[in-house]
Write a protein that binds this ligand. Structure first.
Ligand code: PLP
Length: 376
């Protein structure tokens, strides 16, 4: 098998799974219980939370565990809008967001909020002048992803924050950092709120993290009992939290070295693709090397994906969450519907090997030529 869909999800690393199993077997108590088994679980959980808070240099109380980045995005956008509606109803998002952000925006629009979509330039970078122009007195929230999930465009969050706060110091800044964590350095202090998920960094599926600066007030979306976190009541998922902490510690090491290695793999694929007719690279100078997006001139993306699958090679059309649909990111960058309807995402990881890429390229070329002949 050659798995090249790491931006959709990653396999769980062995060490992470071990920590999950150990926490499940040996820590059976509910951390909300007063007895010693509860205290034992709570102590383990608190250690994991402390480790995570130290990794990101934030307070333990600024971390909330969710079921994934979708839930974190909901908490951030809906929670912040409900808490700040007395100040205004205007929100700004980029045109490069994950579909979950647009779905939340639809919901917010139906509930009296107004959404503006900030432009980006032809390289995918947020248009700072447009952002300034779109900022208003009643802008309560801006949400811009750190790395776009389809083309891998990386945004300068610190600079964007400065623009936002200069225009309106009351406006909150949220970033969906799901595709950034474990690939490039991220800094929660660049934003007021952030969303990440464990299953993109070799962690377990079913847990995400929502960061909120302690000064920021939002309305909780979930109500219930259990006093560990006011935004997410209920029994904490101790094994998921512990193994997420393990995954984060493993993911945040050697970032530069890993990125350089993946860049070489990316360049190798690009070099070969450039020799093939009918492949358009959707890559700009802001694309991270872990994500390589192409559009196909003559072949339907689904046809190629299924043909590759016959050889146990796995890649994506658009993002896993928007398969078969028009890519909003490619539209936002290239404004070309055909290109946006025919894209494939190949996503790499530092665990991808040179041998896998050599084999991938060899199969790809054979399949690609065969399919092209069929369409002639
Ligand atoms: N945000 C981005 C940028 C993503 O890439 C994804 C997953 O594809 C999500 C959010 C959704 O994450 P989850 O599956 O953890 O809800």
């Amino acid at each position: 098998m050659i798995y090249l869909d790491y931006s959709a999800t990653t396999p769980v690393s062995y060490d992470v799974l071990e920590s999950y199993l150990k926490a499940t077997k040996d820590f059976i108590g509910n951390p909300n219980s007063l007895h010693s088994l509860g205290v034992k679980s709570k102590t383990l959980m608190n250690t994991a939370i402390k480790q995570i808070s130290e990794l990101f240099n934030v307070l333990e109380s600024e971390i909330t565990f969710t079921s994934g980045a979708t839930e974190s995005n909901n908490m951030a956008l809906i929670g912040a809008c409900l808490a700040n509606q007395h100040k205004g109803h205007h929100i700004i998002v980029s045109k490069l967001e994950h579909p979950s952000i647009y779905k939340i925006c639809e919901y917010l629009e139906q509930n009296g909020f107004y959404i503006s979509y900030v432009n980006n330039d032809e390289e995918g970078l947020i248009d700072f002048d447009d952002l300034k122009n779109k900022m208003r007195e009643d802008t309560i929230l801006v949400s811009i992803c750190a790395v776009n999930s389809e083309v891998g465009i990386r945004q300068p969050l610190k600079m964007i924050r400065q623009i936002i706060k200069k225009e309106n110091s009351n406006t909150l800044f949220h970033s969906d950092m799901t595709q950034a964590v474990g690939k490039i350095p991220v800094n929660f202090h660049d934003v007021d709120m952030a969303s990440i998920t464990a299953h993109k960094i070799f962690g377990p599926k079913g847990i995400g993290l929502f960061y909120k600066n302690s000064r920021v007030k939002i309305v909780p979306l979930i109500y219930g009992s259990g006093k560990s976190n006011e935004l997410k009541p209920g029994t904490p998922a101790v094994p998921l939290i512990v193994s997420f902490s393990k995954a984060l510690r493993l993911a945040l090491t050697d970032l530069d070295k890993r990125e350089n290695f993946v860049r070489r793999l990316n360049e190798k694929i690009v070099g070969e693709f450039q020799k093939l007719d009918g492949i358009i690279l959707n890559q700009t100078k802001y694309s991270i090397p872990q994500i390589l997006n192409i559009s196909l001139k003559n072949i339907r993306p689904e046809t190629l994906i299924h043909a590759l699958e016959e050889y146990e090679i796995y890649v994506s059309t658009n993002t896993a969450c928007a398969s078969g649909e028009l890519s909003t990111s490619i539209m936002a960058i290239y404004n070309d519907k055909k290109r946006a309807m025919s894209s494939i995402r190949i996503s790499l990881s530092y665990i991808t090997t040179t041998d896998e890429i050599n084999r991938f390229l060899s199969y790809f070329k054979t399949i690609y030529h065969k399919l092209n002949e069929l369409t002639d």
